[in-house]
Design a protein around this ligand. Structure first.
Ligand code: R1P
Ligand code: URA
Length: 249
């Protein structure tokens, strides 16, 4: 473990937290505050905003990764350097299946590595899979709290606006993928290579093309569902950490 100040996240091992939640959006860091006690603002450098707080007396770091693999990869490496050993992404996602609604959670069991960062580390035959203990804990919390969720494979990608996005979504939807984001596969692969436990719980903020919700609900209703999903993903991730932590004692 390094005691040095990490150049991008601007944190040191003084923090002494084993667990971290990783939203992409720095604004989501603040949404976690109300779920924690004794919250301290730590740093805000580039896309990396961080706080430390306590959930059921367990120290929890929350650090935003920014958008995409490269900035996420840097966050993972620097968090590993300061001794963080469990990382749960709390991200947002587009749905790839019509039965998945706005605000539903997707617990990713694996992710298609359609991004460049993890390939800079290791060839694409290496799988991007979540830690099964964390997946089981996330699932159990969602079940107990009656939170709508789906579990399965997603796709992590590097582009948003190419001329092929609709075709690509259609291709992966037909193969049963649940949703898409831009960071999960980098997290899973780098976590495996660095000996860190990782998981990703995503809030659906964009419905799939054929989902009637787009027509039925107005924008305000959609935003309400996504905001509820964001609260739900935070609750599920924190409770899963508490469950893992108690089992490890
Ligand atoms: O809301 P976050 O966690 O950033 O996640 C999703 O939103 C961003 C794209 O709008 C990408 O980072 C994607 O993965
Ligand atoms: O469709 C979406 C929505 C959020 N994030 C993504 O990566 N894709």
């Amino acid at each position: 473990m390094s005691t040095e100040l990490q150049p991008h996240i601007q944190l040191t091992s003084e923090i002494k937290a084993k667990y971290a939640l990783l939203p992409g959006d720095p604004k989501r860091v603040d949404k976690v505050k109300q779920h924690l006690q004794h919250v301290q603002d730590l740093a805000y450098n580039r896309e990396y905003k961080s706080i430390l707080g306590y959930y059921k007396d367990i120290p929890i770091l929350v650090v935003s990764t920014g958008i995409g693999g490269p900035s996420t990869g840097i966050a993972i490496e620097e968090l590993a350097n300061i001794g963080v050993s469990t990382l749960i992404r709390i991200g947002s996602s587009g749905a790839l299946q019509d039965y998945i609604n706005l605000g539903d959670l997707i617990i990713a069991t694996g992710s298609v590595r359609d991004e460049g960062t993890s390939k800079a580390y290791i060839e694409s035959i290496f799988p991007a899979i979540a830690n099964h203990h964390l997946v089981a804990a996330l699932r159990q919390v969602a079940e107990i709290q009656n939170i709508p969720y789906h579990m399965g494979i997603i796709r992590s990608h590097d582009s948003f606006y190419t001329d092929q996005e609709d075709n690509i979504d259609e291709y992966w939807s037909r193969r049963g993928l649940l949703g898409s984001d831009m960071e999960t596969s980098t997290l899973f692969v780098l976590g495996a290579l660095r000996g860190i436990q990782t998981a990703s719980v995503l809030n659906v903020v964009v419905p799939s093309k054929g989902n009637l919700q787009t027509g039925i609900n107005n924008l305000v209703e959609g935003e309400k569902l996504s905001a509820q999903g964001e609260q739900n993903q935070i609750k599920v991730a924190l409770e899963a950490i508490a469950s893992i932590h108690n089992k490890s004692k």
